[in-house]
Design a protein around this ligand. Structure first.
Ligand code: FMN
Length: 360
């Protein structure tokens, strides 16, 4: 339940308002340059309090490396990471201790485990994703040696959709604004939509786009471990992620085969598939085109309006969820989606190498 990956394995632990979160990354190749600063870059992009539209919870999210690194390089031993919860404030959740918040995992966790940690969602809280982002930073370092770059951005927010070219979009364009939308016009409209939602004590959802450039043909696995299936699982395991599409995805289902197939092209590196409709994967294995996918995120469950629900005894009650919440999770979800892609791709790289790839 708390471990993902086959050869590059990430295990996470910790609760939102407990003393700390942590991760163990096992299977990282030795000799990789790694220090806290490298992981911190990605963690800083996920942490709360980055702009007007994210929760004011002020956490440094400082990562400590406990093991697996010696003299600045990975040793091949498990890498232990710790992120202490300095800004935990469980008292803010005490009034909601006895009720099930709609849209949260309060009821379903209780149904599954017969108890629940009511402090900010406990294990169900998206604070756990800090550990994925930390693990993703290590996966990024593994993939960088292969010339693979993974970028995620906010493609849609509320009803505003950005125009983004996945072939050319850059980190600088994405990080130019806390909304993480690389389309300057769209992000003005997105900011207005967020202001409007906040004024109505409401929240909005949206779509994160993600591209992996530089993945050569031949990474992945057939049948149950298809690369897109593993990417989808990694993304759909992110809290609030409710949809995944590869390449043209749902829009592609409206088209025709005569115009849908991505063509081949001969490049100096050999034969590649060119085009983004298929999302860079055929039969569960990369085809050399950029891997492109999108994730839909629901509106944040904790909005500021009164909601009808039930308490633990089964009595109907009305609640207003106070506390520290984002009007949208989208800008902070982008680095988490990136981490999901990084971990999945790095695992498949190692699995492909382990099996010995023949090549065309
Ligand atoms: C980066 C990130 C931050 C989140 N922050 C909040 C938040 O502040 N308030 C909230 O209600 N939900 C937040 N969520 C979503 C909830 O954690 C999630 O909706 C809840 O645990 C129920 O899980 P589910 O929506 O996947 O079913 C966040 C999600 C992500 C990815």
């Amino acid at each position: 339940m708390n471990t993902t990956g086959h050869l590059l394995r990430l295990t996470t632990f910790g609760e939102s308002h407990g003393p700390a979160l942590g991760a163990v990354i096992d299977g990282c190749p030795p000799g990789l340059l790694l220090d806290e600063a490298l992981i911190q870059v990605d963690l800083d992009r996920r942490r709360p309090g980055q702009g007007a539209h994210t929760t004011p919870r002020r956490e440094g999210d400082r990562v400590e490396i406990l093991s697996g690194v010696f003299e600045g390089e990975t040793t091949g031993a498990p890498i232990g990471l710790l992120i202490r919860n300095h800004d935990a404030d469980p008292g803010a959740y005490a009034p909601l201790k006895g009720v099930y918040r709609p849209g949260h995992a309060d009821f379903s966790y209780h149904a599954r485990f017969g108890r629940r940690d009511w402090r900010g969602g406990g294990r169900a809280s998206a604070r756990e994703t800090a550990c994925r982002v930390a693990g993703g930073a290590i996966a990024r370092a593994i993939l960088a040696r292969e010339g693979v770059e993974v970028l995620a951005w906010v493609e849609a927010l509320a009803r505003v959709t950005a125009t983004v070219d996945p072939l050319t979009v850059t980190r600088a364009q994405i990080e130019a604004d806390p909304l993480r939308c690389p389309d300057p016009e769209a992000r003005i409209a997105m900011a207005a939509a967020l202001d409007e939602a906040r004024a109505a004590r409401d929240t909005v959802g949206g779509i994160v786009g993600c591209v992996a450039r530089g993945v050569p043909p031949g990474w992945g696995a057939p049948i149950f471990d298809r690369l897109e299936a593993d990417l989808a699982k990694a993304c759909l395991s992110i809290p609030a992620c409710k949809g995944f599409e590869l390449g043209d995805g749902f829009a592609g289902s409206q088209g025709r085969g005569s115009t849908h197939n991505d063509p081949f092209k001969m490049t100096p590196q050999g034969l590649r598939v060119a085009g983004l409709k298929g999302g860079g994967i055929d039969g569960g294995i990369s085809n050399g085109a950029p891997i492109l996918f999108r994730c839909a995120f629901k509106p944040v469950s904790s909005h500021g309006q009164a909601q009808k629900t039930y308490d633990l005894s089964g009595a109907p009650v009305e609640i207003t969820v106070e506390g520290r919440h984002d009007p949208t999770v989208l800008p902070r979800a982008a680095p988490v989606v990136e981490a999901a892609a990084l971990l999945t791709l790095a695992d498949h790289l190692l699995r492909t190498r382990a099996l010995g790839r023949a090549g065309p």
